[in-house]
Design a protein around this ligand. Sequence first.
Ligand code: ADP
Ligand code: MG
Length: 383
Amino acid sequence: MSSDLISSNPEIARQIDPPEIAFADELAFLAVYDDGPRPPGWRLSPSAVVTFVLGSDGALTSGRERMTITPKYVGDRRLVERCVVTLAGSRGLLLVGEPGTAKSMLSELLSAAICGTSGLTVQGTAGTTEDQLRYGWNYALLLAEGPSQNALVPSPVMTAMRRGGIARIEEITRCLPEVQDALVSVLSERRLSVPELGEDTVYASPGFALIATANLRDRGVSEMSAALKRRFNFEHIDPIADRSAEIDLVTRRTQTALTEAGTPMSVDAAVIDVIVTIFRDLRTGHTAEGWSVERPSTVLSTAEAVAISTAVAMTGAWFPGRGDRLRDIPGQLLGVVHKDDADDAARLLGYWDVAVKRRSDEGASGSPWRTLWEARDLLERPR
Ligand SMILES: Nc1ncnc2c1ncn2[C@@H]1O[C@H](COP(=O)(O)OP(=O)(O)O)[C@@H](O)[C@H]1O
Ligand SMILES: [Mg+2]
């Protein structure tokens, strides 16, 4: 591999910065701003962790510095507080919910704030082995030297134990239950023995904790062993409940994407309003007006709403003169909805015939719903 492909090169921009880098200034500020008691091994006080995750109410002042902490995760403050309390205790934290509800994002933000890194991560898959949760070996060294500390390859979990940091296990329920169970002793005894090295045991330093995420659409949490379940506190993460909070988030994300793409445009509020409305109607199966609509089987998460809104905005920025941006929505929606189930396209048409049509009939001539209704044929043609 040519050396300029190695991503640790600081000259090369990263597509996505982890939160400990993206928000390094906020983390440094909060560490000074809130000098309240911290659980052993923590970089910030529990209340500063919550402020980092949810954002501050206005600017905070510390000495001569002032800083506004940006809102990141949008959700219930009490839920975030409970997560923080769990992580200061002896149980693991399991975030459970539909895909796209910011479980991974929340786990990264908590890890970055508490221990300074979100990078000690194991991505769970059907092929995840116990080694990836405990430790493995560098086989060349193992053969040359026999078992030694040098030849040991620690898992992110073992590294987190040594450093007193947070290890994140993504999509834990995709791992086989027997493999998941490697975490039972880690969570209960707080140590990992390495029998190949005789007496060597890795003990968890203060601050060590685990955050796992699980998607409800994967193999169920119910298959997790009772022993492991008991060692986690479960938190259910729901889609954003508040409509205006969801609109704000989608607007912010779309604006960021436009800025990052170097397109000096502002977001179109009407387009975002329409997208979020459609997503919320289809997610819940009923509209604000009280009409029922059939829910597609595909997940219509905020993450997908952000993706569509960004795509529509980019299309407008890169291909100006194409006319109304609202006409790009049906094609993008089909792209989301067509993933799992062919019948979902029919459900989308059904939504158009019930909700979009009625809003178009009732709306004024400039109503976006009228434009969308006129674009109904775009849902029927292959894209
Ligand atoms: N409640 C929320 N607060 C902030 N961002 C959210 C929220 N819900 C969804 N998102 C958006 O969705 C994206 C994907 O979330 P992600 O953490 O990958 O979800 P999950 O792990 O639950 O599948 C986030 O980066 C963010 O843009
Ligand atoms: Mg995830």
